[in-house]
Design a protein around this ligand. Structure first.
Ligand code: ADP
Ligand code: ADP
Ligand code: ZN
Length: 215
C-alpha cells in the first residue's frame, strides 16, 4: 500500500499515520520529523532548513525531494509506505511520480483530511510531542497522563517552536498557496479520497481504513 496523507498543518496526518503503521506494518515517512531530526543534529541541511521551518515557510523542493527519494530506496518501503507531509508542492508531486515510475510502481491512494481553519489553530496550539519517542498528544483532545509526561515512555512533552499562533497563520497561507493545488492534481489522477477530519481521532481512523479496504 503506497499512500499519501494530504491536509493542512494540524489536520491529523501524523496522528493517523502512526495508527496506520500499527495496523498495516508499513513505515511512516514524515518529512517534518526527518527535517527536525536534521535540525537537532545540526547537519548542514538541518541548519539551512531551520530558517524556513521557524518562519513557517516550506523548505526548498530540492532538499525535501532528496530526503524522500533516498528514504524510499530503503528495503522497508518495498511493500508500501505512508507519506505524511510530502508532497507539499506540485514540483514535489511530480518528483515523487517520477521516482515511483522509475521503480515501476505508482501511488495507490491519496487521503485528504479536511478540517476547518479555526479547529486547525486550536489543534496546533494544543499539540504536544514526546521529546523521547515522538508520540503526539493534544492537551484537550488526546491528553497525556496526569503527570503530564508521555504515557508510553515517560518522556517530557514539548511544544514545537512553530506551533505558535503567528507562525501557524503563515503555515495556513502557505498551505493554501502551495499545497492545496495538490488536491486537484490527485483528483485528476483519480487518486484523491477526501475524508472529514473533524470527527474524533478513532472515527477518522475507521473511515480511512474502510476507504483503503474498499479501494
Ligand atoms: P498534522 O500531522 O496533520 O500536522 P497532527 O496529527 O500532529 O497533525 O495533529 C495535530 C494535533 O491535533 C495533535 O495535537 C493531535 O493530537 C490533534 N488531533 C489529531 N487528530 C485529531 C482529531 N480528529 N480531533 C481532535 N484532535 C486531533
Ligand atoms: P505540520 O504537519 O504541522 O504542517 P510538519 O512537521 O509536517 O508540520 O512540517 C514542519 C515544517 O517542516 C514545515 O512547516 C516546513 O517548513 C517543513 N516541511 C515539512 N515537510 C515539507 C515538505 N514536504 N516540503 C517543504 N517543507 C517541508
Ligand atoms: Zn514517549
Amino acid at each position: 500500500m503506497k499512500l499519501v496523507l494530504l491536509g493542512p498543518p494540524g489536520a491529523g496526518k501524523g496522528t493517523q499515520a502512526a495508527m496506520l503503521v500499527e495496523k498495516f506494518g508499513i513505515p511512516q515517512i514524515s518529512t517534518g520529523d526527518m527535517l527536525r531530526a536534521a535540525v537537532r543534529d545540526q547537519t548542514p541541511m538541518g541548519i539551512k532548513a531551520k530558517e524556513y521551518m521557524d518562519a513557517g515557510e516550506l523548505v526548498p523542493d530540492g532538499v525535501v525531494v532528496g530526503i524522500v527519494c533516498e528514504r524510499l530506496q530503503q528495503d522497508d518501503c518495498r511493500d508500501g509506505f505512508i507519506l505524511d507531509g510530502f508532497p507539499r508542492t506540485v514540483q514535489q508531486a511530480d518528483a515523487l511520480r517520477q521516482t515511483l515510475s522509475d521503480k515501476g510502481t505508482l501511488l495507490d491512494s491519496v487521503i485528504s483530511l479536511e478540517v476547518n481553519t479555526e479547529s486547525l489553530v486550536e489543534r496546533l496550539t494544543g499539540r504536544r510531542t514526546c521529546g523521547a519517542c515522538g508520540k503526539g498528544y493534544h492537551l484537550k483532545f488526546d491528553p497525556p497522563g496526569s503527570d503530564g509526561r508521555c504515557s508510553v515512555c515517560g518522556g517530557e512533552l514539548v511544544h514545537r517552536d512553530d506551533d505558535q499562533e503567528v507562525t501557524i497563520r503563515n503555515r495556513m497561507d502557505v498551505y493554501h498557496q502551495q499545497t492545496a493545488p495538490l488536491e486537484d492534481y490527485y483528483r485528476q489522477e483519480g487518486l484523491l479520497q477526501a475524508i472529514d477530519g473533524m470527527d474524533e481521532i478513532a472515527t477518522v481512523q475507521q473511515k480511512i481504513v474502510s476507504v483503503l479496504q474498499a479501494g
